[in-house]
Design a protein around this ligand. Structure first.
Ligand SMILES: Cc1ncc(COP(=O)(O)O)c(C=O)c1O
Length: 343
């Protein structure tokens, strides 16, 4: 059976155009800075984000971790939202690789209250670690694809900077934020000293993420990337797909948002626990316990009907729309949820 795979937008496959561009990519040794396709992608990424420079990395996780490593020193403290990817899903990398300590601040659907951020900043004291970085995630994965309000980003950034603290944005899905809000990615990025964003999620490239920032920051980050084993050679084969992701695949994300909205509305009408207002981008988080279902049993019942979705808590399933999911797939998914209820 061909499954309708709503587990994540990381399952997207490269387009035909990407495969052709990859096959024909002009390449060189990128560790020597000699891969023309990588150089083109990095210039494009820097320009789109309004930054001086950018660097290709194999994954979003490496992009975040190289950024944390570049901004901090061992023993520092990093403030981030309590459900953020960098804290929740990166295998303890901040502690293991950079030797820094996390200061998680609980937010509402991923949005931290600036006053809470202010309170979490350490004052100078011989006993305290030094706060050197704030991480913001936009859109927020565990927040159900929530777009950070620009004003929130600006206020937190001002608080951080006035305390001599840098800001890193995990913008794995920054273009989902752009498409949903109409605010260009660079307007969010202007408040961050570095931004990571992914080419391999809704934008459909097979591999890769970018880190953008000042020239000095990216130079230092390149050294850390090399240390972590992320210095790649003829990586232009991957960059060729990334260029298409950035130039041709961004506006298409609206389709994913429309599909997610429709799913949210229909599941709400059926009585599942989802507020359609909360569906801002390509994710729908559904509380199945309100209709008396166990989340893992529900995963299985959906799978039996050809739909893949992951539980992201003991109550909720997360459905992620993406390139390759059609309007017909959405109808089938709605029908499956209906069918399960009527059993
Ligand atoms: C918000 C966020 N940041 C970072 C990542 C990490 O990306 P990767 O899977 O490429 O390491 C993800 C992956 O889903 C994510 O959702």
């Amino acid at each position: 059976m061909a499954f309708i795979d709503l587990r994540s937008d990381t399952v997207t496959l490269p387009t035909e155009e990407m495969r052709k561009a990859m096959a024909n990519a002009e390449v060189g040794d990128d560790v020597y800075g000699e891969d023309p396709t990588i150089n083109r992608l990095e210039s494009l990424a820097a320009e789109i984000m309004g930054k001086e420079a950018a660097m290709f990395v194999p994954s979003g996780t490496m992009g975040n971790q190289v950024s944390v490593m570049t901004h901090t020193r061992r023993g520092d403290e990093v403030i981030m939202e309590a459900e953020s990817h960098v804290y929740y899903y990166e295998v303890g990398a901040m502690a293991a690789l950079s030797g820094v300590q996390a200061r998680p601040v609980p937010g509402v659907r991923g949005v931290m209250n600036p006053e809470d951020v202010k309170r979490a900043i350490r004052e100078p004291n011989i006993h305290y670690p030094k706060t050197t970085l704030v991480v913001l995630e936009n859109t927020h994965n565990r927040g159900g694809g929530k777009v950070l309000p620009l004003e929130n980003v600006k206020t937190i950034s001002e608080i951080a900077h006035s305390n001599g603290i840098n800001v890193h944005m995990d913008g794995a899905r920054i273009f989902n934020a752009q498409v949903a809000s109409g605010i260009p990615a660079k307007e969010y990025a202007q408040y961050a000293d570095s931004i990571m964003f992914c080419l391999s999620k809704g934008l459909s490239a097979p591999v890769g993420s970018m880190v953008a920032g000042s020239k000095d920051f990216i130079e230092r980050a390149r050294k850390n990337r090399k240390m972590l084993g992320g210095g790649m050679r003829q990586a232009g084969i991957l960059a060729a797909a990334g260029i298409i992701a950035l130039t041709k695949m961004v506006d298409r994300l609206q389709e994913d948002h429309d599909h997610a909205k429709l799913l949210g509305e229909k599941l709400h009408e059926m009585g599942y626990g989802v507020n359609p207002e909360d569906v801002e981008t390509n994710m729908v988080v559904v509380d199945v316990t309100v209709v008396g279902k166990d989340v893992h049993a529900m995963e299985k019942e959906l799978k039996d009907r050809g739909i893949l979705a992951n539980a992201n808590s003991n109550k909720t399933l997360r459905l992620v729309t993406h390139y390759g999911i059609t309007a017909e797939d959405i109808t089938k998914t709605i029908d499956a949820f209906n069918d399960i209820l009527r059993q």
